[in-house]
Design a protein around this ligand. Structure first.
Ligand SMILES: Cc1cc2nc3c(=O)[nH]c(=O)nc-3n(C[C@H](O)[C@H](O)[C@H](O)COP(=O)(O)O)c2cc1C
Length: 327
């Protein structure tokens, strides 16, 4: 029922039909015509009810990191049917997957007109937060409320993280950032809260060089910092040990924190745990006690090269709803 519209003429046609039916909100013809004209060149979604447009939403880039919900409208007889939410969900998914950090929207602030009060409630209900009111952005009778929403929530970061295997800048990573990353690892879930994962943060050049010298063929050779992941076996119950799941969750949390802070990394496990047991040599350099195994290294640093995106199978190939194979 929600469709992304590509054709500029169809965009204008739909936005005209909807906006001309919503004169309480889009009263001034000049503004309405501007919205219609601009909608032709903007990412645009429409909702259909029995093939008839029931609403639309379009986005506008207002900065490298920010998308604005430029305009949205839902036919009055379709209000309170969840159409606005569905349109917004589609637009938010798009902006998130494109890597934007924020989405903003402007409206007349609450307490002025009943219709706009409902608009404000709608924006808050989908997760927008009040940023600022600009009293004279439009005019005295229409104070402008700006709402904002961060897209670099967990899902935003998840969808932009990828394994980085290029060169790193030599800029040191501040210890405070390394602490934030390590804390994200410690805050991961662990089976029966046994917390079987420990970390060694390496930011001393001499130690880092010793570790890099052990890795053959070399990886992360230019990284200015590294997190070495240690795991030990503690049974959660009976003979059940979740150490592998525990450190995997910790690693993913740290990878997400690394990307959120503007760095890159790669989960190097296969490379150091193969038959040549580089992991054991790293453990020796770091003085790791025998009950722990070094299971992974995570370089941390600013990327100098392009991030290469891996090929992932199509969503439909791997996800079913309610029954395996049902799309
Ligand atoms: C358990 C595990 C071990 C991995 N070991 C290595 C490794 O040794 N070397 C490497 O380059 N990448 C390694 N990776 C990264 C994967 O190759 C990478 O996640 C995968 O190709 C998908 O790409 P993406 O991370 O960019 O989505 C490992 C990932 C996992 C989960």
């Amino acid at each position: 029922m929600i469709r992304y519209i590509e054709d500029p003429e169809e965009r204008k046609h739909i936005s005209r039909e909807i906006l001309e039916s919503l004169t309480e909100w889009f009263e001034i013809e000049e503004n309405r015509e501007r919205y219609i004209k601009e909608s032709a060149g903007q990412p645009f979604w429409a909702a259909f009810e029995e093939e008839k447009p029931a609403g639309f939403l379009c986005l506008k880039e207002t900065g490298k990191e920010t998308m604005e919900l430029a305009v949205m409208g839902v036919r009055k007889d379709q209000h309170r049917n969840g159409i606005g939410r569905k349109l917004f969900a589609a637009a938010k998914e798009y902006a998130t997957l494109k890597g934007y950090s924020f989405i903003q929207v402007k409206t007349v602030r609450s307490g002025m007109y009943e219709d706009y009060d409902r608009t404000n409630e709608f924006y808050k209900s989908v997760g927008f937060k009040e940023l600022e009111v600009l009293e004279d952005y439009w005019d005295e009778a229409n104070p402008c409320q700006i709402y904002v929403m961060s897209l670099k929530s967990a899902t935003g970061v998840i969808n932009t993280r990828h394994s980085y295997r290029g060169k790193y800048s030599s800029d040191p990573v501040p210890e405070s950032d390394l602490r934030i990353i390590a804390t994200a690892g410690l805050n991961a879930p662990s089976g029966c809260n046994k917390q079987t994962t420990d970390l060694v943060v390496v930011n001393d050049k001499a130690v880092l060089d010793k570790i890099k010298g052990l890795i053959d063929p070399p990886v992360a050779a230019t990284a200015p910092a590294m997190i070495v992941v240690l795991s030990r076996r503690i049974n959660a119950y009976r003979d059940k040990c979740f150490a592998t799941q525990d450190y995997s969750a910790a690693i993913e949390n740290m990878l997400l924190a690394i990307v959120e802070l503007g760095y890159q990394s790669c989960w190097y496990e296969g490379h150091i745990t193969d038959d040549d047991r580089i992991c054991d040599k790293i453990a020796e350099v770091l003085g790791v006690p025998g009950e722990y195994g070094v299971v992974c290294i995570l370089p941390v640093g600013k990327a100098l090269d392009e991030i290469k995106l891996p090929v992932k199978k199509a969503f439909e190939e791997r996800v079913s709803f309610n029954r395996f194979g049902d799309k």
